[in-house]
Design a protein around this ligand. Structure first.
Ligand code: CDP
Ligand code: MG
Length: 734
């Protein structure tokens, strides 16, 4: 192995590790490697043009992308991708030489921050080292990861490495899915699930080690975990806390945990050449497709990783790639195109880890899940359009939306780093060097500062933490956001006027869903339609992946979708789809014939079963409203009265804040345009779209939220016109 590792990395490996605040030589070395990989500023064109000419010959009709490099040294070494056994892989990971040091450090310190390049082995190896260490007895490890996919795939990987069946000694627990048993000693879970464990076990008494993994992602739940775990570590001196992070800002973690030592696993990254486009790209999706093909025909072997922002984009990109490859046929080598995103079924996800067939090239089209959470071996080329989908929250209007925004420079560098794990790589950025320097933020803003806090406030309140203003936040959320969350919970009836949890609030917190959704479920009790509302809740949670719309059968798919239309709106359409599927006996064939995604349905069924199981605990009787949609829509309104929009002259406006919003073209109410709507969520793509809407009667708002709406603000524009007319007449008379 050492033969292929550049000299400077060997130096790194042999330098002894230093613990704690003293960074000394390590830090310097790391910075130097980073500089070699990214920092060189001098713009210089590589042999790109020559490669492009070759490419042009093959793909005549394609528009070329002009890349420039800011790199000083061109790539020299090639990928060495020989197949290794699992144990060989384990021993070859950067963390391996530090196994003993690491275990010693864990024994010596209660809280340890562990920093290492993505792919160095933190997530998969540290828990195994702990399990293998005989001096540690009765070990129960919980590892909180920010993403579902990561928790599942990592647990599967570790079960394989340790030679146990997944779900026995090694398991995972994610929302609506528990794959653990009595025997489980290592449980990978999402940070959200770990947070919920506090509800049943506020001191985490049964655990001996808690790992907060991927801490650098700074998700909302991770940030809350920091505060809670820091607190319990004070009185549980036997609890070991490990905070694992990529090489980003680990000093902050150390500082937050009262100067906990930082254990640095030296990186072993190969140089990555960075290319920028000469001019901004108008259509980054198209640019991605062209770049992949460009790489495929001009570059040496090695797999390719493309970063896009979400499922729809990823699917579109994969289709475009497959279509063009089909057109080119045998003119080009085989290209294996694989998508990866959070909602993708796990067997499909597993495919990205399978080895590339000889002579072919694999291209993985991913969300930023592949930035740090997942490591795919063999990636040499990265294509980075420079965007990500980010939640943003307007604390004034309470409006949460998903917006495609430029990613941060830290993200861009993480993405580029993915190309240099197994050999020297190349990263093609579909933006200009100028944009990188001047248009991108330095780091991503922690989620806690750009999201609705309703969920965590409810959770913290049920943990008895009443003074949220003085909670130990690493970065506190904006004051208005906290206040708004309290107001919303008050409006939902979860808190009383003193800000204390009500009985309703306590029941709401039992359900692992957002407060509005739990309120909807709880309200279904009163309207005697819990059967239907549970189904709707489950269908909403599998979100936008129910209807299948293949490019070559668009008309058939749209017709099939139309056939499910029922009056009242999208929630009822979802209910109809589910009920028909139940009638078909949960048939795969039925799904296929009706352009419904079977996997999404199966997941909806699992979610529904789980929710139904919880109904007993919160004492909601599961009954059916027998074909009448009004009670169902009232229950939805009881949870989502915040999300009301009214049709006025220029289109829809939200009731409280007069924000202009649009019905999504996929909605069953797109053409109908009823006067009053409740929407499930807002998504900003080209405009502010309401996704999943139902028609309501404005009178219901007074029924379900009398403390929130006044009858005056709900006067219909039609009835408003009348007094105005009268006024006019008076004027005329005057
Ligand atoms: O957590 P960190 O980014 O430091 O690394 P890791 O997730 O523990 O990954 C270590 C190595 O395990 C990767 O380089 C992959 O080779 C391998 N791995 C895998 O093959 N399949 C997975 N699902 C996860 C990791
Ligand atoms: Mg990791």
């Amino acid at each position: 192995r050492s033969k292929d590792v550049p000299q400077r990395d060997l130096e790194l490996e042999e330098t002894p590790l230093e613990l704690g605040g003293e960074q000394g030589r390590w830090e310097e070395e790391r910075l130097r490697t980073a500089a070699l990989s990214f920092g060189a500023k001098r713009e210089r064109e590589l042999g790109v043009r020559q490669e492009q000419e070759r490419y042009q010959l093959i793909l005549e009709e394609e528009e070329m992308i002009d890349f420039v490099s800011t790199q000083e040294e061109p790539t020299l070494s090639q990928a060495d991708l020989k197949k290794q056994s699992i144990q060989e892989v384990r021993r070859s990971l950067p963390i391996f030489p530090f196994r003993e040091d690491l275990l010693r450090a864990i024994t010596q310190h209660q809280i340890l921050v562990i920093e290492g390049e993505t792919g160095s082995g933190k997530t998969t190896q540290i828990p195994q080292y702990l399990m293998e260490d005989v001096s540690l007895k009765l070990l129960l490890i919980r590892s909180g990861l920010p993403r579902r996919v990561a928790a599942m795939s990592v647990a599967a990987r570790v079960a394989e490495e340790t030679g146990v069946k997944l779900g026995n000694e090694v398991g995972y627990s994610i929302r609506f899915e528990d794959c653990t048993s009595e025997r489980t000693v290592l449980k990978y879970m999402t940070d959200g699930m770990l947070l919920r464990e506090f509800l049943t076990e506020p001191d985490l008494a049964s655990y001996s080690v808690v790992i907060i993994d991927e801490a650098h992602e700074r998700t909302l739940h991770t940030d809350i975990l920091f505060g809670l775990i820091k607190d319990i570590a004070r009185f549980r001196s036997d609890l070991k806390v490990l905070v694992a992070s990529a090489t980003l800002d680990t000093e902050r973690f150390s500082c937050f945990f009262d100067d906990a030592p930082v254990f640095r696993i030296p990186g072993r990254r190969f140089p990555v050449d960075i290319f920028y486009t000469k001019a901004p790209e108008a259509d980054y999706l198209e640019a991605c497709v062209v770049s992949v093909l460009q790489i495929h025909v001009t570059q040496a072997p090695g797999d390719c990783l493309v970063f896009l922002t979400g499922q729809e984009e990823i699917e579109a990109c994969c289709e475009m790639l497959q279509e063009r490859c089909r057109r080119l046929g045998s003119k080009i080598a085989e290209l294996v195109v694989l998508p990866i995103y959070a909602n993708l079924p796990s067997d499909m996800q597993a495919k990205i880890f399978s080895p590339t067939p000889p002579g072919a090239r694999k291209v993985v089209v991913a969300t930023n899940i592949a930035e740090t959470s997942l490591t795919i071996d063999g990636i040499i080329y990265v294509i980075d359009p420079g965007f990500c989908k980010q939640k943003s929250y307007n604390a004034r209007t309470g409006m949460e939306s998903l917006i495609v925004t430029p990613c941060s420079r830290a993200s861009a560098n993480q993405r580029a780093g993915r190309a240099g794990r197994v050999a020297a790589g190349k990263c093609f950025r579909l933006y200009t060097a100028w944009a990188f320097k001047h248009e991108m933020e330095e780091t991503t803003i922690p989620e806690i500062q750009r999201t609705n806090l309703g969920n965590v406030v409810l959770l913290l309140k049920s943990l008895g933490i009443n003074d949220l203003i003085h909670f130990d936040f690493m970065d506190p959320p904006p004051h208005e956001t906290l206040v708004l969350a309290l107001e919303q919970l008050y409006a939902l009836g979860a808190l009383n006027h003193l800000g204390e949890l009500t009985k309703m609030g306590r029941r709401m917190a039992e359900l692992p869903v957002d407060p509005m959704l739990s309120k909807m479920i709880l309200a279904s009790e009163q309207y005697k339609c819990s059967e239907e509302v549970l189904t709707i809740a489950a269908m909403l949670s599998v979100n936008n992946s129910i209807f299948y719309r293949p490019k070559d059968k668009v008309v058939h798919a749209d017709n099939a979708r139309m056939n499910f239309t029922v009056p009242g709106g999208d929630h009822l359409v979802l209910l109809n789809v589910y009920n028909q599927w139940v009638e078909s006996g949960f048939s795969t064939q039925w799904c296929y014939e009706n352009f419904i995604q079977f996997r999404s349905m199966r997941r909806a069924r699992d979610v529904r079963d789980q929710l139904e199981g919880l109904m007993e605990r919160i004492e909601v009787e599961v009954v059916s409203s027998l074909e009448d949609s009004v009670p169902i829509r009232k229950a939805i309104t009881a949870g989502y009265f915040y999300h009301t929009a009214r049709l006025s002259k220029g289109g829809y406006k939200t009731v409280k804040h007069q924000q202009t919003v649009y019905v999504h073209p996929n909605s069953s109410l797109f053409e109908e345009q009823p006067r009053w709507l409740i929407y499930h969520e807002l998504v900003f793509t080209t405009k502010e779209f309401m996704r999943q809407v139902i028609e309501i009667d404005s009178g219901w708002l007074l029924e379900v939220a009398p403390h929130y709406y006044k009858s005056k603000e709900l006067e219909d524009s039609s009835s408003k016109k009348m007094p105005r007319k009268q006024g006019k007449t008076k004027d005329e008379l005057g």
